[in-house]
Ligand binder design. Sequence first.
Ligand SMILES: Cc1cc2nc3c(=O)[nH]c(=O)nc-3n(C[C@H](O)[C@H](O)[C@H](O)COP(=O)(O)O)c2cc1C
Ligand SMILES: CCCCC(=O)C(=O)O
Length: 361
Amino acid sequence: MNLREFESAARELLDPVHYDYVAGGADDEVTVRANEAAFARIALLPRVLRGAASRESGVTLFGHRASLPVVLSPTAFHRLFHKEGEVATARAAARAGVVMITGMASTVAVADVVEAARAAAPGRDPAVWFQLYLQPAPGVTEALVRRATEAGCAALVVTVDSPVLGAHTRNARNGFHDLPDGLACENLRDLLDGEPGHVRQIAMSPTLDWDDLDRLRASTSLPLLLKGVLHPDDARIALDHGVDGLLLSNHGGRQLDTVPATIDLLPEIAAAVAGRVPLLLDGGVRRGTDIVKALALGATAVGIGRPAVWGLAADGENGVTRVLDILRRELDHTLALCGATGIADLTPALVRNATASAGPR
Ligand SMILES: Cc1cc2nc3c(=O)[nH]c(=O)nc-3n(C[C@H](O)[C@H](O)[C@H](O)COP(=O)(O)O)c2cc1C
Ligand SMILES: CCCCC(=O)C(=O)O
């Protein structure tokens, strides 16, 4: 019936340790809860008698026409949740006409993820973006970017909220630190030097700075998005460094705990971005009403993290498809109830009780 029910379905099927890995977050999980709670606190104020017979919910992202203003945010280790892993997720996203951001920490190599998307939607040119963590050795980042580019990824998403990994209480208690035998981060296999078959560790590094980003910017012509910028000053700095988009994210409450809900930060960030680049948001999006609130407050599109994983765990490709179908139906229904002809009609005038005043769209 709705996205929340997929969590219960997935929980029945998953190893409790893996369920906790997905559901959990950092420290007291204050931000995990805040993301969803903040959406619930924002009210929608609909218009009436607007005569909207059909509603347009497609969005163009870096020249690619997506059928929905929803992307799959990057989540690690899909083969932990379903045997087909990222291949199943990629098929579902491609068939739905939705952008998948595939992770550096995928358990299927990026070339195989893109290939699965293309094979599932022939002639549709599905968009797969590649998420990465800048590596302290520039050569490693370069090699990864080359791999993603050659695979056919259409954009790069650099996650910048992880100078160190967040402290996940549940993982520590459960002793979950490594992938089980047989699963690995395939994008890191045979990358640069080392024994054949060697899988390099993903490094989180607190030494990275804007110079590292500049080096990446100069090395690629792919659209570059930053994921995890929370301060409006950093949003402005990011634009000065030539990024092509921002994904406003607190990593689903999995990095620094007690940071604000992303939807509460959106008006300030939208004001800082001032429509110069696409602004995406993730964290706590579970309903069509959440999508409408985010777009009304200045987001170009939203991302979902956990819901796609719950769909994958519940029923593989079909589960992810169902999750996206439900969001599509709920978004259309919400637009109708709001008196909107499409997402272009969504403005701050549609919401009440949002924190700051919204910036221009
Ligand atoms: C199981 C799991 C793994 C994740 N792995 C990554 C990752 O490898 N890289 C990354 O940038 N974000 C990662 N994230 C964060 C998501 O991209 C996204 O920001 C977050 O899940 C959005 O919140 P939501 O789960 O409430 O939709 C992960 C999230 C989860 C739940
Ligand atoms: C190197 C794996 C990172 C996974 C991650 O980002 C998360 O679980 O939130």
